[in-house]
Write a protein that binds this ligand. Structure first.
Ligand SMILES: [Ca+2]
Ligand SMILES: [Ca+2]
Length: 225
């Protein structure tokens, strides 16, 4: 087979390895009964926990991550999402996870193809960037093998980086400068059209309107660069 063709197939299969689309079984989750996975939550830093349903060690670690997620949200780090994934044959014990959590929780299909595709062990947590690339991975079986504060700070810094790169950079060139201010003013004057994504990026006070307030905030950002 052609080498380039092989490389394309390999890179395609590599890209989809860090994703899935499985039914959210947690009735208190916002995405309950939807098929969800990392790519479902665009722009978010995703952390996926692989474990066995039940109240044992797997359940305790899930609870710890669930508390970490709540802490991120209460600290206004909103572009993050925890997903818990277990196995279909353990579904009868899923209440151990769903009772005290409102995050998406899924069961893998028969023969656990997602666990296999991810090369996951029991109690692994993967932290993914919005491109479904693994930024961090740790096994939470032994309490001496992981540091919950390190997991928190890893997710927090990825989330803040992701916000920082985006907000204000209307022309998406990686810099926040006068070109973005010109873009914003031109849009306010009605001289140009922008995509919804660009509009949300330059809407610095997040009030769904682009006006002089956003321009002032953008100029402040530029002066502070
Ligand atoms: Ca820019
Ligand atoms: Ca605004």
């Amino acid at each position: 087979m052609n080498k380039i063709f092989c490389a394309i197939i390999f890179s395609l299969s590599f890209q989809i390895a860090n994703d899935f689309s499985l039914l959210d079984i947690n009735s208190t989750s916002q995405t309950f009964s939807d098929n969800i996975g990392p790519s479902y939550f665009t722009d978010d830093i995703i952390f996926v926990y692989f474990g066995h349903f039940g109240w044992g060690t797997c359940g305790a670690r899930f609870e710890q991550l669930n508390e970490l997620y709540d802490q991120l949200i209460s600290n206004n780090i909103l572009n993050v999402k925890l997903i818990g994934i277990s196995k279909q044959q353990l579904s009868s014990s899923s209440a151990a996870w769903t009772e005290n959590s409102d995050v998406p929780i899924v069961s893998d299909l028969i023969n656990n193809p997602t666990w296999q595709a991810w090369g996951s062990s029991n109690r692994d947590v993967f932290v993914l960037n919005p491109n479904q690339e693994v930024e961090y991975k740790v096994n939470m079986t032994s309490t001496s093998a992981y540091d919950i504060d390190e997991i928190y700070s890893t997710i927090e810094s990825l989330a803040l980086d992701n916000q920082g790169i985006q907000m204000g950079d209307g022309n998406a060139d990686g810099y926040i400068n006068i070109l973005d201010a010109v873009l914003t003013v031109q849009f306010i004057l009605g001289n140009i059209n922008l995509t919804n994504e660009q509009i949300s990026i330059i809407d610095l006070n997040s009030d769904s309107t682009i006006n002089v307030i956003d321009t002032v905030e953008l100029i402040t950002l530029i002066l502070n660069e």
